[in-house]
Design a protein around this ligand. Structure first.
Ligand code: F6R
Ligand code: ZN
Length: 192
């Protein structure tokens, strides 16, 4: 990849919520997410029964990890649950103090955010909703509907992704289905 990125434009298909061109595609399967879900036995059963399904995929225009550059893309999160927890992304902190913007394109869900000193926030995400993730806030997206959830995102290329902290400590809250509706509850396993 060249060190100097020239201006360019790409098409975002707003009707189906996908990006028409990208230089990086990442598919995340349930086996890679197992530790992030509360009910790991339920995850193992789905992995066995459905041959380790992909839970989400993201298509990105990724640039050199240099101050000032930005990466942007679209994440598509499949519907479904592991136990009573809705399908979700791993979630991460940015390693550097860098924020991010999400724009909902299709489906409905919740973005959960937290800081290392104990603050928590959640926002709905759906078509037309813009979610601002400030620096130092971990962020995870949860698909609470029965269709695909997709959203556009943009963040600084040198942000870096810290998955280890969430893998070890979890998120303070879980988004679960209760009586057919999404509910945000305390995560009994969360450690600060
Ligand atoms: C990038 C970002 C999103 C997520 C994507 C997958 O900083 O926040 O593009 O990377 O939605 O989620 P993770 O990276 O948590 O697996
Ligand atoms: Zn991020």
């Amino acid at each position: 990849m060249p060190d100097i990125v020239k201006p360019y434009s790409v098409d975002l298909d707003l009707s189906i919520g996908t990006l028409r061109s990208f230089n990086k595609k990442v598919e995340v399967k349930l086996s890679e997410l197992r530790e992030f879900f509360f009910n790991r036995e339920a995850a193992d059963n789905i992995i066995k029964k459905h041959n380790d399904p992909a839970v989400y995929v993201y298509f990105e225009n990724s640039h050199p990890h240099m101050r000032g550059e930005m990466n942007f893309g679209v994440t598509i999160l499949s519907p479904g649950k592991v136990g009573c927890e809705y399908n979700m992304t791993r979630g991460h902190y940015h390693s550097r103090r860098r924020g991010e913007v999400y724009v909902g394109l299709r489906g409905e869900g919740i973005v959960v955010m937290q800081t290392k000193d104990g603050m928590f926030f959640h926002s709905p995400i759906r078509r037309g909703k813009v979610v601002y993730v400030p620096p130092s806030w971990a962020h995870r997206t949860v698909n609470t509907c029965d269709r695909k959830l997709s959203f556009f995102y943009a963040y600084a290329s040198d942000a870096g992704h810290d998955y280890g902290t969430i893998r070890r400590k979890g998120f303070a809250k879980l988004v679960v289905e209760k009586c057919g509706k999404p509910k945000i509850i305390d995560n009994p396993r969360f450690t600060r």
